[in-house]
Design a binder for this molecule. Structure first.
Ligand SMILES: Nc1ncnc2c1ncn2[C@@H]1O[C@H](COP(=O)(O)OP(=O)(O)OP(=O)(O)O)[C@@H](O)[C@H]1O
Ligand SMILES: [Mg+2]
Length: 215
């Protein structure tokens, strides 16, 4: 299965989401590959490198293979998809050749965005990219993940964003949401993931995401 984490917005949490999904999948499969298509800032690749250090230091977590790819990556992804159970592609934070090319062979595109108007506005262009890809790859599913939501119950921005997205009818929106919580950044910084971290709320969010995606 090829899962592309990408959209238009820089800093939306693509690398964070890609690595957390890869870590969850590594618990049930030994055949997970991260393809970091952001060759300028390969943060998912570097995360996998830091992970090796953690394992050398005795942390009981699984290593995850990662490689950097650039340009028209469709054919390479297709062959990786035949070799690995799961290929997770982390895309750059802009409309890129890599994102467009990856969508041509992907099963699923997860589009993380923060629940802010300026981010929602990027989705029309993302939709046109996904729509173009579907001409060639009709099996492609695409879904928005609200990330960096406030955990304060009185803050309704994520609810409002979900309503706006539903009305816009571009992409379905996951019910699972990730809140803005330190463990996402703290775990990422050392090469770990939230499912390996001591924070029940963040673990529950990522578990709900995996369950809803049926991964
Ligand atoms: N749910 C979250 N809670 C707290 N911090 C988060 C969360 N998601 C992402 N971040 C932080 O936001 C910043 C951007 O995240 P990340 O690098 O994953 O985004 P990106 O979309 O991959 O960015 P780029 O477009 O530059 O590749 C990082 O510092 C990350 O730790
Ligand atoms: Mg990134």
């Amino acid at each position: 299965m090829i899962i592309v984490v990408g959209g238009q917005k820089g800093g939306a949490g693509k690398s964070t989401v890609a690595c957390n999904i890869a870590a969850c999948l590594s618990e049930k499969s030994d055949s997970v590959l991260i393809v970091d298509a952001d060759y300028g800032q390969p943060s998912a690749f570097k995360w996998a490198e830091r992970r090796k250090d953690l394992i050398e230091d005795g942390e009981n977590i699984k290593p995850i293979e990662a490689e950097i790819q650039q340009g028209k990556i469709k054919n390479s992804l297709r062959s990786k998809g035949e070799k690995y159970d799961y290929v997770i592609v982390d895309c750059p934070g802009r409309s890129s050749t890599e994102y467009r090319s990856a969508l041509l062979v992907a099963d699923l595109n997860i589009i993380p965005i923060a629940p802010r108007e300026i981010e929602l506005e990027t989705l029309e262009e993302v939709y046109s990219i996904v729509d173009d890809a579907r001409d060639i790859n009709p099996k492609l599913k695409a879904i928005v993940l609200l990330n960096q939501c406030s955990y304060h119950p009185r803050n309704k921005k994520a609810d409002i964003a979900a309503e706006t997205l539903t009305e816009a009818d571009l992409f379905p929106v996951l019910n699972a949401r990730l809140c803005r919580r330190d463990p996402y950044g703290d775990s990422f910084d050392i090469g770990a993931a939230v499912c390996e971290w001591d924070n029940k709320k963040a673990i529950a969010e990522v578990s709900a995401l995996m369950a809803e995606l049926e991964l």
